[in-house]
Design a protein around this ligand. Structure first.
Ligand SMILES: NC(=O)C1=CN([C@@H]2O[C@H](COP(=O)(O)OP(=O)(O)OC[C@H]3O[C@@H](n4cnc5c(N)ncnc54)[C@H](O)[C@@H]3O)[C@@H](O)[C@H]2O)[C@@H](O)CC1
Ligand SMILES: Nc1ncnc2c1ncn2[C@@H]1O[C@H](COP(=O)(O)OP(=O)(O)O)[C@@H](O)[C@H]1O
Ligand SMILES: [K+]
Length: 506
């Protein structure tokens, strides 16, 4: 993905490499016109809204090509024509139709608006004439095709600067920008299409270089190579052993959901470590998952004497306070991979640096999975909460904790302490159901158990969880998520064209 700053570098590199800026703009405008034609009835009426920069220039090109193809086009320019510069001025010169300075009063006659007011260059909140224009068009039921980003959406954060014009479709150039995946931007974009405009590989490389550290759209391309593969020689101990700590009696369900997730995603063995008072309750519900008594931090220490237990998940239903903090201290000092969720995070509310110290002392790798509420509590009083996009905050959190942070939500961001990050768009609102996050924690633990590195394990788990949500749809409850893994994992294996081993391999 590209930051908006990187787009300017990419543009400059393309031009330095001999490609004319107006050629890029012509290609961008042509792509917009092509999509507009697909959305329009024959001879349909288009309202092109053009802004004062290059986004407006793309709008002029699209308007000219649509008019040439016999569509009825009205073009409104925000600001003075004489104020247009560079390529946008050239694009405006080639437009021979009328230039309106305000939007027509009868908007009902238009089939489509092309929103070319502001793109990557939005630099302040929208007010005045631009705001009035956006509000008037938004108030109609006209379909809107956005150029680059819906005007008013900040390209890097996805936030709305004052007001934004919701689109049914957004055409962007060269690569996705954060706003196409981060809410509320994502919801305002509609369908997003990325088109190439002939910038050339060197310019694209320069753009990606300017976008470092890398930001990815989460998907198998990112982590497929690290996904665990079975061989004929695999056995349960090669697939790892995850431990999930259970809460006290009547609060054990969350741990079992997580444990089931870990087992279904492929951990060879999973043990629920339970307080004595909750053993009967856990035993009544567990079969393939093993159960061990774990009353206090000393019991946990004893349990971890078995070196094969390679991942510990703490948090779901565990309770907030000193006993949970103590268990995390023991787990961290054991140097195993850790997944910390829910109550494990809230137990360190306002004490993120203390938790970071415990994790650093143990030397193991950790994945933290806060939702927005847990994130705000954990990082209260730190610079992590100081502004920026969701990606910026997740990166700052990961750097502070020296751990992978999965900042959950409809636009989950996964960040590594070195700055690498991914935004997940592969999911469904049906995942917003009690216990769904517990299962996600279990998926991460199960993938860590199988030896995936923490960033890749976290990204994979978020994607598999999202895939399960998409496959199930309405009626989803958290118990369904682990049970969907056979179908989800088979689908993934097909995508990775790595079929699971058959008898023939043994
Ligand atoms: N590779 C590229 O970089 C390409 C970029 N193209 C287009 O160029 C766009 C970026 O162009 P620009 O950098 O000129 O930026 P924009 O056209 O997005 O906006 C910049 C202009 O808007 C004004 N402005 C910013 N915020 C405002 C506000 N709140 N109220 C009123 N005026 C405001 C600025 O003063 C400036 O005149 C991209 O979004 C894309 O559509 C395309 O032409 C194709 C090539
Ligand atoms: N609208 C949505 N779209 C995609 N994923 C969602 C949406 N709402 C919630 N989720 C996902 O569902 C999970 C909910 O986790 P969490 O809030 O911890 O729930 P719980 O504590 O009940 O287990 C997270 O992985 C989150 O990213
Ligand atoms: K726009």
């Amino acid at each position: 993905m590209l930051s908006t700053g990187a787009v300017a570098c990419l543009d400059a590199a393309a031009i330095a490499g001999g490609i004319l800026g107006i050629a890029l703009m012509e290609a961008a405008g042509a792509a917009v016109a092509t999509r507009a034609k697909a959305l329009l009835p024959a001879n349909g009426a288009v309202l092109a809204l053009c802004g004062p920069g290059n986004n407006g220039g793309d709008g002029f090109v699209a308007a000219r090509l649509l008019a040439a193809a016999e569509y009825r086009v009205a073009l409104v320019l925000l600001g003075e024509r004489s104020a247009l510069n560079g390529d946008a001025a050239l694009a405006a010169q080639a437009w021979t139709g009328a230039i309106l300075s305000t939007i027509p009063s009868d908007l009902t006659r238009f089939d489509l608006a092309i929103d070319a007011l502001f793109g990557a260059g939005l630099s302040r909140d929208i007010d005045g004439d631009a705001r009035a224009m956006i509000e008037a068009v938004a108030a109609t039921r006209m379909a809107v095709l956005a150029v680059d980003v819906p005007s008013g959406v900040d390209g890097d954060s996805g936030s709305v600067r004052g007001v934004a014009l919701p689109a049914v479709e957004t055409i962007t150039f060269v690569g996705l920008k954060p706003a196409h995946l981060l809410e509320p931007g994502r919801g305002l974009c509609g369908r997003v299409e990325v088109v190439q405009i002939g910038a050339g590989p060197d310019a694209i490389a320069a753009g990606l270089e300017a976008s470092l550290p890398p930001l990815h759209k989460n998907g198998p391309d990112l982590w497929g190579a690290a996904f665990p593969r079975l061989t004929g020689a695999s056995h349960k101990y090669t697939r790892g052993h995850a431990v999930v700590l259970s809460g006290p009696a009547t609060r054990t369900g969350a741990a079992r959901l997580a444990a089931r997730g870990a087992l279904r995603v492929g951990a060879g063995l999973v043990t629920v470590a339970s307080p004595a008072g909750a053993l009967a309750e856990n035993a009544a519900h567990l079969t393939a998952i093993m159960l061990r008594r774990c009353e206090d931090p000393d019991d946990l220490d004893d349990l971890l004497a078995d070196e094969r237990l390679n991942v510990i998940l703490l948090g779901p239903g565990l309770g907030v306070g000193e006993p949970t903090r103590d268990r995390i201290g023991v787990a961290a000092s054991a140097g195993r991979s850790l997944v910390l969720d829910a109550d494990a995070l809230t137990s360190f509310a306002g004490e993120a640096k203390h938790l970071a110290g415990l994790l650093a002392d143990g030397g193991g790798e950790a994945v933290l999975t806060p939702h927005a509420g847990e994130f705000a509590r954990l990082f209260d009083g730190t610079s992590v909460l100081r502004g920026g996009s969701k990606v910026d905050r997740a990166r700052a959190a990961a750097a502070l904790m020296k751990a992978v942070v999965v900042f959950k939500g409809s636009d989950t961001v996964i960040a590594h302490p070195d700055g690498r990050a991914a935004i997940n768009a592969h999911g469904s609102p049906y995942l917003g159901t009690a216990g769904s996050g517990d299962v996600l924690g279990g998926f991460i633990a199960g993938l860590l158990a199988q030896g995936m590195p923490p960033f890749e394990a976290a990204c994979t788990a978020v994607w598999l969880h999202g895939d399960a949500g998409l496959r199930h749809g309405p009626g989803l409850i958290a118990e369904d998520l682990p049970e969907l893994m056979p179908a989800v994992l088979s689908g993934l294996a097909e995508r990775l064209s790595a079929a699971p081993p058959t008898l023939a391999h043994r």
